[in-house]
Design a protein around this ligand. Structure first.
Ligand code: 13P
Length: 249
């Protein structure tokens, strides 16, 4: 399976950053790359990476297609601006912006309605992991979307497993922890998740990427901080290209 690398630039960057990144970053062949700039720079990023085979995503969308929702941006607008993906249910949205499972499910459906591929983020916090409930929490997050959007909506989904305790902390899940959760996620999807891609996110860096990508159920990564550095992100893409699942080893 072709690895999928998603850069989540979060609320970082400006026009100069986008231009410099596009000049400095080189994608290796054999990987799919999606860049998710902040909404305001989507148009600028689409122009800066023209002809480079990169696709684009937004970090969140509204759940409605249009209307009097001051400050919101619809999935249809993302599509119009050149996006093909939408991150849905990132833990920062869940924690800081009060997005419940029900809201996440609505946004997942909104992305699909607009023709965007949702990248559904799931993951447990540290307390939940220490209590031994990590799988149950993740399962609940998947079930909430399956109930609202229909189980088939997850058949060829992109799911990002992002343990909250590993995001921006420098602490990654061990490859074994990631593999075990990825296998559980895949097993919970229709058709054994054979058509789905399950990404890992949480402090992925060039230095640890190869070990994580060596696991059979890790199909790529959702990268935050390290995706802001063109060389670092290029090295992560290279590690994915060389992974056993990409090379068929
Ligand atoms: P970091 O890679 O900075 O830990 O962020 C992960 C993340 O939240 C990607 O969506």
């Amino acid at each position: 399976m072709t690895p999928l690398l998603v850069a989540n630039w979060k609320m970082h960057g400006d026009k100069d950053f986008v231009a410099r990144f596009a000049r400095a970053w080189r994608a290796p062949p054999g990987v799919d790359v999606v860049i998710c700039p902040s909404w305001g720079y989507l148009d600028c990023a689409v122009s800066a990476f023209a002809g480079r085979g990169v696709r684009f995503g937004v970090q969140t969308t509204a759940s409605e297609p249009s209307g009097a929702f001051t400050g919101e941006n619809a999935a249809e607008m993302a599509r119009d601006l050149g996006a093909a993906f939408a991150v849905v249910g990132h833990s920062e949205r869940r924690q800081m912006f009060g997005e419940t499972d029900a809201v996440v499910a609505k946004k997942f459906r909104a992305a699909g309605r607009a023709g965007l591929t949702p990248i559904l983020c799931v993951g447990e916090n540290r307390t939940e992991r220490l209590a031994g409930n990590a799988e149950q929490v993740v399962r609940g997050q998947l079930d909430a979307v399956a109930r609202a959007a229909g189980p088939d909506a997850l058949r060829d989904a992109v799911i990002a497993y992002e343990p909250v305790w590993a995001i921006g902390t420098g602490e990654t899940a061990t490859p074994a922890q990631a593999q075990s959760m990825h296998a559980a996620i895949r097993g919970a999807l229709p058709n054994g998740g054979r058509a789905a891609r399950v990404l890992y996110g949480g402090s992925v860096k060039a230095a640890n990427a190869a070990r994580i990508f060596a696991e059979p159920d890790v199909d790529g990564a959702l990268v935050g901080g390290a995706s802001l550095d063109a060389n670092e992100f290029a090295a992560i893409c290279l590690a994915a290209m060389a992974s056993p699942s990409a090379t068929g080893a």
